[in-house]
Structure formats: structure tokens, C-alpha cells
Design a binder for this molecule. Structure first.
Ligand SMILES: [Zn+2]
Ligand SMILES: [Zn+2]
Length: 104
């Protein structure tokens, strides 16, 4: 009787520990999955953002953009527009105001 109770008790304990470790394992798997999904979405967003003009939000095409020294890629129509409209700031990046083409 006393043996059987003890046995049942330790079996129950074992099963609790076992299911706890499964839960922990599952939780870690979900966390890992969630992390890689977040990374994937972030990479995708970064790639999407790198492929659109920050000013007109149009996607870049081959050879219709310039990359100033500051690294803020923008399309040539936007750059030209800015250059024509703004005498003072036309040659500056619309995002960070760095000079785009030195000497003009
Ligand atoms: Zn643009
Ligand atoms: Zn810039």
C-alpha cells in the first residue's frame, strides 16, 4: 500500500517533469521560430525600403537613381526636382541635408 502510493506519486512527479520539459522545449521552439520570422520580416522590409525612393515612394528602376555620399538613395526625378525648386538646398539630401554632388 505504502509502496504503491509512493510509486504513483513519483510516477506523477515524473510525468509532470516530463510534460514541463516538453512545454519548455515547445516554448523554446516557438520562440526560435518567432525570432526567425521577425528577422525574415525585418530583412524583407529593409530590402523593400532600400528599393523605393524615400521622397516619391516609387520603386527604383535600373539607372534611375543616385546614391549620394550619405547613402540615401533617391530617384533622379526627385533629385532633379529638388535641385530645380530649391536654390539653397537643391544639392542636399532631402533626408539628412548632406551635399549630394560636391561643387555644383
Ligand atoms: Zn523619387
Ligand atoms: Zn542623406
Amino acid at each position: 500500500m505504502s509502496y504503491s502510493t509512493k510509486h504513483t506519486h513519483s510516477e506523477k512527479l515524473y510525468s509532470n517533469v516530463f510534460s514541463l520539459s516538453i512545454t519548455k522545449n515547445l516554448f523554446q521552439k516557438v520562440t526560435t521560430l518567432e525570432q526567425s520570422l521577425t528577422n525574415l520580416i525585418e530583412t524583407e522590409n529593409r530590402e523593400k525600403l532600400a528599393n523605393i525612393c524615400p521622397i516619391c515612394i516609387d520603386p527604383f528602376e535600373t539607372n534611375n537613381y543616385i546614391i549620394p555620399l550619405c547613402g540615401h538613395k533617391m530617384c533622379i526625378p526627385c533629385f532633379a526636382n529638388n535641385l530645380i525648386k530649391n536654390n539653397q538646398t537643391g544639392n542636399r539630401c532631402s533626408l539628412c541635408r548632406e551635399i549630394i554632388i560636391p561643387g555644383i
